[in-house]
Design a protein around this ligand. Structure first.
Ligand code: SAM
Length: 363
């Protein structure tokens, strides 16, 4: 293992004073940002970007990331609910990572990290790069630890720095602006196995449309991801969650309490295929139905999907928007075909090795 070398660099443990956008010649320059999302959620993320207070210029991306310039407060970007994570970008004119330790470039790196550290408190940092276990990265980690006062924790570090080459003569750094991904919500105090990704939940709710006059039902609510996210979006006439598992309802209760939204949501221990509600009780129905990966559950799912679609038809208003998420695509689409529901829109999401679809259905 390489020895720690004494550093001659000046220690700078606190970030520099706040600056929202870089200024050059008195003109504010947009922040260079990369936003990561689950493939499939791009249209929802773009719609959210349009609602931000600052101006956004998208100049590239891939199936799971958008590159953009943002003229506004960096913290606005932390409000994005369909993003997985937000990164600040900086390109260093160096041929290899070792050169980041050259005096001038190292000062440039510290200035970049100071800006990122304005956005959140980071006690530690780590690298995500090819060769991150090499002696170069170990030394870079040690130098940064000394200069910033943050702990170098290669596995769990909070400030995640991604390094990747850009052409022959430059390396780009992406620094995540929050200690945890944005999709890991602070309200999630109870985790259900099979719990829904919060960014997907937001996309489902946006697909259904969000209006303050809506009466919303989350059938088969589990630990309450859709309920919490809907309650956080603002008022609704009514928000109801039902599940047949008391343990799942307890989790939903605790998650809602952590989000300070328990008073806004009614939880009921009930079978979603035989609800106590009258006809036409809901304007929005959302359901992340059981997927049933295990053999033997497919038959039960077929019955459940059929019965649920019938019950949703009964309790839905004339203009009800029903959004269902499943990865039993063939099974669900066959049942849908034979039902009275009309398919309005479908979106496939790539997530955790699965490729479920969200279906927006109308009468
Ligand atoms: C995929 S999980 C939902 C996960 C949830 N979206 C979350 O984030 O935690 C499916 C849920 O459906 C519930 N369920 C299955 N059959 C049901 C039925 N007939 N009526 C009500 N709930 C049912 C299960 O108890 C389970 O909590």
């Amino acid at each position: 293992m390489p020895q720690r070398r004494p550093s001659t660099r000046q220690k700078r443990s606190k970030p520099l004073p706040r600056k929202d956008t870089a200024r050059r010649g008195g003109v504010a320059e947009p922040l260079e940002v990369e936003i990561e999302f689950l493939p499939g959620l791009e249209p929802f993320l773009k719609a959210e970007l349009q609602r931000l207070p600052g101006s956004v210029r998208i100049f590239g991306g891939s199936e799971d990331a958008l590159r953009l310039g943002y003229s506004g407060r960096p913290r606005d970007l932390h409000r994005l609910r369909t993003a997985t994570a937000v990164f600040r970008r900086h390109t260093f004119a160096v041929p290899r990572p070792k050169a980041l330790m050259g005096h001038q470039v190292f000062q440039e790196l510290l200035a970049f990290l100071d800006e990122v550290r304005q956005e959140a408190d980071f006690g530690s940092f780590r690298f995500d790069a090819a060769g991150r276990e090499s002696s170069t990265f170990l030394r870079l980690g040690e130098e940064l630890e000394r200069a910033t006062g943050m702990r170098f924790d290669p596995e769990e570090g909070e400030l995640l720095m991604r390094l990747r080459p850009r052409g022959e003569e430059a390396w780009e750094m992406l620094a995540r602006t929050t200690p945890r991904p944005l999709s890991a919500r602070p309200w999630r105090v109870r985790n259900m196995s099979g719990g829904l990704n919060a960014a997907v939940a937001v996309a489902m709710l946006r697909m259904a449309g969000v209006r303050p006059t809506d009466r919303v039902l989350n059938a088969m609510c589990g630990s309450g991801t859709l309920l919490v996210e809907r309650a956080l979006m603002g008022e609704a006439e009514r928000i109801v969650g039902v599940d047949i598992d008391p343990e799942a309802l307890e989790m939903a209760r605790e998650n809602l309490a952590a989000a300070k939204r328990q008073g806004q949501v009614e939880l009921r221990l009930e079978d979603a295929t035989a609800l106590a509600d009258r006809e036409g009780s809901y304007d929005v129905i959302v359901a992340d139905v059981p997927w049933g990966d295990a053999i033997g559950e497919h038959a039960a799912n077929a019955q459940l999907y059929r019965d649920f679609l019938e019950e949703a038809w009964r309790v839905g208003s004339k203009a009800v928007r029903l959004v269902v998420l499943t990865h039993e695509l063939r099974l669900f689409e066959g049942i849908l075909e034979a039902s009275r529901w009309r398919l309005d829109r479908e979106v496939q999401v790539f997530h955790g090795g699965h490729r479920p679809k969200m279906y927006l259905l109308r009468k």
